[in-house]
Design a protein. Structure first.
Length: 139
């Protein structure tokens, strides 16, 4: 009886682990509310339409914390599990690189290092994150 109880407690402790990261790198993405921003449609635009936009930056800051910080670190300061996103190239060049990576994620040899976000988070939402990242950029 005592052992069964112990096992039950152990199982509930496991279940209490936040579900956003599993062994497979699965995440439960948090919907990004982009109210107030110009909608962009289905097709991906090449460069960030919200660069420097105060509303986008504010949305992006919290969207980053909810969807990316667990791997890339709070404030985009990497704790070492994933690249430090403050060093992404600025401007158009960085925009292109950023979208390639977030749309496709990072999968090698069947291992998911980063989940893909295309079709999971909106284009608008992902650009707000890019907008915020540019405000914390370092060389
Ligand atoms: C489950 C952990 C995880 C989550 C969540 C995650 N990433 Fe990543 N990300 C990684 C890892 C690990 C890499 C490095 C992949 C590799 O080795 O190719 C990476 C790489 C990247 C890169 C390329 C960086 C570079 O310097 O090459 C970008 C851009 C990026 N992530 C953006 C994001 C954004 C934006 C989010 C949130 C919407 C996010 N990631 C969520 C783990 C994660």
């Amino acid at each position: 009886m005592k052992r069964a109880l112990k096992r039950l407690l152990a199982v509930s402790a496991l279940l209490a682990v936040p579900q956003w990261v599993t062994a497979h790198g699965d995440v439960t993405p948090q919907v990004i509310d982009v109210t107030g921003l110009k909608p962009l449609g289905e097709a991906w635009v090449k460069t960030n339409p919200y660069r420097g936009d105060a509303t986008a930056i504010k949305i992006g800051s919290s969207a980053y914390n909810q969807n990316c910080a667990r791997c890339h670190g709070l404030g985009a300061i990497s704790g070492g599990i994933a690249p430090d996103l403050r060093y992404l190239p600025p401007g158009d060049e960085g925009d292109e690189y950023f979208t390639q990576r977030v749309r496709n994620g990072a999968v090698r040899d069947g291992r998911v290092y980063m989940p893909k976000f295309e079709g999971i988070l909106s284009q608008e939402g992902l650009w707000t994150i890019r907008s915020w990242l540019e405000t914390v950029r370092v060389d």
